[in-house]
Design a binder for this molecule. Sequence first.
Ligand code: ADP
Ligand code: ZN
Length: 603
Amino acid sequence: MHEIKNPKKPLVFYYGIALLAIFLVNVLAMPYIARRQIKEVDYGTFMTMTENKEIGQVQVQDNQIMFTDKDGKAVYKTGLMNDPDLVQRLHDSGAKFTSEIVEEMSPVMSFFVSWILPMLIFIGIGQFMSKQMIKKAGGKNSMMFGMGKSNAKVYVKSAEGIKFDDVAGEDEAKENLAEIVDYLHDPNKYKEIGASMPKGILLVGPPGTGKTMLAKAVAGEANVPFFSMSGSEFVEMFVGMGASKVRDLFKQAKEKAPCIVFIDEIDAIGKKRDGQLGGNDEREQTLNQLLTEMDGFEGNTGVIILAATNRPESLDPALTRPGRFDRRVPVELPDLKGREAILKVHAKKIKVSDDVDFNKVARMASGASGAELANIINEAALRAVRDKRKFATQADLEESIEVVIAGYQKKNAILTNKEKLVVSYHEIGHALVAAKQTNSAPVQKITIIPRTSGALGYTMQVEEGNHYLMTKEEIENKIATYTGGRAAEEIIFGSVTTGASNDIEQATKLARAMITRYGMSDDFDMMALETVNNQYLGGDASLVCSAETQTEIDRQVKELIKRQHEKAAKILLDNRTKLDELAKFLYEKETITGEEFMQILNA
Ligand code: ADP
Ligand code: ZN
């Protein structure tokens, strides 16, 4: 893709003004500023002029003579010679002696007048103009000149333009957007029947799922220009700039229609106006400008606005009203099939050995986004290069999953033997509890090599196909699995460590959700106890219930976790020999695969 330069006034324009100012001062104003130009003549000319009575005023100085002609217009100077009766002759010629013939300007002065002064004038004009501009943009202060222009990048199609085929998986999103492409190809078909396209389409989903790619692909498929801008860019500027950037962006877009305007992170400008005192003026101005622009053009101008967000619930309702972003296209994390497809798309860019099992890699990378999968492929290629191999192998890919998901291996972090033993038991505790509960996913691999992410142990679970629904028992088992690490520490060492902090967090989240969100407690039945504020980023939720109910929820969460913790401890006690055997294996080898685990467990 290549970028077209911003068609606004270039810097050259301002340099031009500066040069013009200098030129004007020198040519037009200089003679008046310096009043007269002084012409140097030789002594002979001076004597001739004296004889011909052509001298008006004369001033004899230390080493030169300044004089004017009869009508005082031209000023001359000449060197002073040893000429004893000069004064007499001048007097005879009728010249007037004076001390008022204008002095020649000093070089410093002349430099000032011809260069510095014009520059000052220019800077003055510039400042005045920029102040005007800021006033127009509705802002208060800005120190820079010409900042109101949008930095919207214009992409035009080229050979490497992104197409739908480059976006793996996400079939539903593509289907949804295909209609837009069709419209951009043949708007008349839609106009004839009176249908108008939605002006704005919201791409909603977690980070790294290909929203930007999809937007580019729409432009690529439809063969139209692509303008992109990030919501956070709008608001991080000086006050008042966001609004004028929006204005500018839409001006450019309308000139280039049909085209795609893509606004990434729209939540940065489109957050709900919370009515707080002293809200963010800048953001509101920008948002208002965006709404004005969207309302200002008809549905059929051929400008289609795509916006991406991972916080759809935080958007101002004004943005999602009919005629604005009234269509929503979910772009979810890829499922198993999608992950495999994404891995294959990116693997085409590197050399991989023929026996790579992408399905297995995809299974291991459950929960990874498209961006993470792309990163896994790249890490595998880097690893192959480091090991001086020509192809990336299955082992490279599997190692990369851990690298990308769990951080780089901390080769030189040193665990004491006691710590290693505790971590081994802790991790086997999780795995054993998981394996003994029929419904829990089996373990793929456990390692106790510390990661930069801070995790000391790492358990990779394999997802068997896709899971959309979870039963109450499955969630309970998961909670039991989370408590299994701590339970093992208690049984073996009789004391506990800080290693379970993440387990505690996860177990509590699940237990709380069972009660407040999934209606899986006995006495609250199907009563909603909370609202989800953010479905994608961590899913923070707020309770909607009385204080007494909250106390009761807390009590039930505690009970639930405690029950599962006891269950986990019982499983481990019942399998104490296996626990020791497995932990010993992990302690010695630092890594245990799912197969090795099952072999020991079933031996
Ligand atoms: P988002 O805009 O949703 O945050 P991007 O579109 O910027 O995500 O994706 C970031 C990168 O991740 C892309 O450049 C691409 O390499 C990779 N990627 C994400 N999703 C996909 C996908 N569905 N197919 C292929 N690559 C993908
Ligand atoms: Zn743990």
